[in-house]
Design a protein around this ligand. Structure first.
Ligand code: HEC
Ligand code: HEC
Ligand code: HEC
Length: 126
């Protein structure tokens, strides 16, 4: 009986922890700064479009901010070939990566504005 209770409690805890981590993504946008400064990615904007975590966090991106920008192939050419953001930003699922440059590229000024007015999490890196 005791063992069964412990098993049940453990299973419930695992479920609750699992649900909590499945739902939590960073509120503040991630701003890439390599190779160029100021490419904005907002979880909120993307989640509001009804996308699921798995669409990006299976093979496209890891759950670690600024991991992808450590890869030498995190460049426009890869996006045009359908990698990274280009898996969706291809003109059918979302606006194509070779259009509306400034929607993703907020530039050095845009990045600075966000980190000045942004959360502590963003400012502690500078
Ligand atoms: C449209 C694509 C997309 C969707 C959908 C998405 N993410 Fe992300 N997520 C990203 C990108 C891009 C990064 C940054 C990865 C990098 O820099 O290499 C990221 C990073 C993260 C991080 C790391 C944050 C940090 O500060 O290190 C977490 C946690 C995360 N995502 C959780 C989630 C969860 C939970 C969901 C679903 C509720 C979700 N994401 C949905 C694209 C997405
Ligand atoms: C799983 C599909 C998917 C991936 C991957 C994805 N996006 Fe998007 N993105 C969308 C959709 C869908 C929209 C909304 C439709 C549209 O605007 O064409 C959108 C919209 C946007 C917008 C416009 C936001 C606004 O305020 O209107 C930006 C900026 C953007 N994405 C940047 C990125 C960047 C940068 C990456 C890669 C780090 C990325 N996205 C990866 C699907 C995706
Ligand atoms: C869907 C989002 C998105 C759009 C739209 C977009 N870019 Fe990018 N761009 C990125 C990402 C992501 C990177 C890599 C991260 C970084 O450099 O901060 C990047 C990097 C770059 C780089 C440096 C790497 C390289 O490929 O040489 C240049 C230059 C660039 N973009 C130019 C452009 C131009 C010009 C346009 C419009 C024709 C454009 N981008 C549209 C997301 C986008």
């Amino acid at each position: 009986m005791t063992i069964r209770l412990i098993t049940t409690v453990t299973a419930l805890l695992a479920l609750v922890t699992g649900l909590a981590s499945a739902a939590s993504y960073p509120e503040a946008p991630i701003v890439f700064d390599k190779p160029v400064t100021g490419v904005i990615f907002s979880h909120k904007v993307h989640m509001d479009k009804g996308l699921s975590c798995e669409m990006c966090h299976n093979r496209l991106f890891e759950m670690q901010a600024k991991k992808a920008q450590g890869n030498a192939d995190f460049v426009m050419e890869s996006l045009y070939q359908g990698k990274y953001c280009g898996a969706c930003h291809n003109g059918s699922l979302a606006f194509a990566a070779n259009t509306r440059c400034a929607t993703c590229h907020i530039g050095v000024k845009g990045a600075k504005r966000l980190s000045d007015g942004g959360t502590q999490e963003e400012t502690h890196e500078h």
